[in-house]
Ligand binder design. Structure first.
Ligand code: MN
Length: 250
């Protein structure tokens, strides 16, 4: 099995090496990752300049750095390495829970795989007061990969690991009730106003969600889909607001 690994923290992040080391137990591994940090780059792609692909071995692992985004790295990675079976992204230094999925470059790496019809799995863990302890998390990442390889029909998955030793693993849904992206105003040393886009931790997440599971110390595993269509709204609109007869100037 060929396993392509990317992230959005950059090729030299300890999180990507931890993920690659676990993945090595399941098949042949190659890292293709951004040469600098691309956190919060979302699913952007580089369409206005060429990309480079430079060999950068990490310990014993075959690795390449790209002057682009996580999505670029997956596109280039599957182009340069034939017959990739699965793409893993992370382990991100920072959670990607709830609405953070919209901004996440880590998840975008997995989504780009899914766009190609390949399985994509994103891994993230908090990195706030303390650095993640990857030695503790690696056996849990291994169990999650092993479990997900047994359910091959699920194309896109978002995995979040808690701080410290996990209590267990939970299937979860995305928490979208609240949004934690806030603009905070401050003054620079010259007294000029500036703004920080920051994340304020949310309180009381709903049961069954990714945010709740990680808050309780569990590994959260959320199956995702690429199709954003609101099927209930679509069905209702087609019946109650037919637009096929609407004509202009007729
Ligand atoms: Mn990141």
């Amino acid at each position: 099995m060929r396993i392509l690994i990317t992230n959005d923290d950059g090729v030299y992040s300890p999180g990507i090496l931890a993920l690659a080391e676990v993945a090595s137990k399941f098949g042949d591994v190659r890292i293709v990752a951004p040469d600098v940090e691309m956190s919060s780059a979302g699913h952007s792609i580089t369409a206005s300049r060429p990309l480079s692909y430079k060999r950068t071995p990490l310990k014993e692992i075959d690795a390449y750095r790209v002057n682009g985004t996580p999505a670029d790295c997956v596109s280039l990675g599957v182009h340069q390495w034939e017959k990739v079976d699965i793409v893993l992204s992370g382990i991100n230094m920072g959670s990607n829970l709830g609405n953070a999925m919209w901004h996440s470059g880590t998840l975008a790496g997995a989504k780009q795989a899914a766009l190609f019809g390949l399985r994509g799995i994103a891994f993230s863990t908090p990195s706030t007061e303390q650095e993640p302890n990857f030695a503790v998390l690696k056996p849990w990442v291994e169990v999650v990969i092993k479990t997900l390889l047994e359910v091959p029909d699920v194309l896109l998955i978002n995995v979040n690991l808690p701080t410290g030793m996990p209590q267990g693993i939970m299937w979860t849904r995305q928490s979208v009730r609240q949004y934690d992206g806030k603009i905070v105003a401050a003054n620079d040393p010259m007294g000029r106003k500036h703004f920080w886009f920051t994340v304020i931790p949310l309180q009381h997440p709903e049961d069954g969600t990714d945010r709740h599971a990680v808050g309780q110390g569990y590994v959260s595993v959320t199956p995702l889909r690429l199709d954003l269509t609101d099927n209930a709204a679509l069905a209702e609109l087609m019946i109650k607001h037919p637009v096929d007869k609407v004509l202009f100037g007729g």
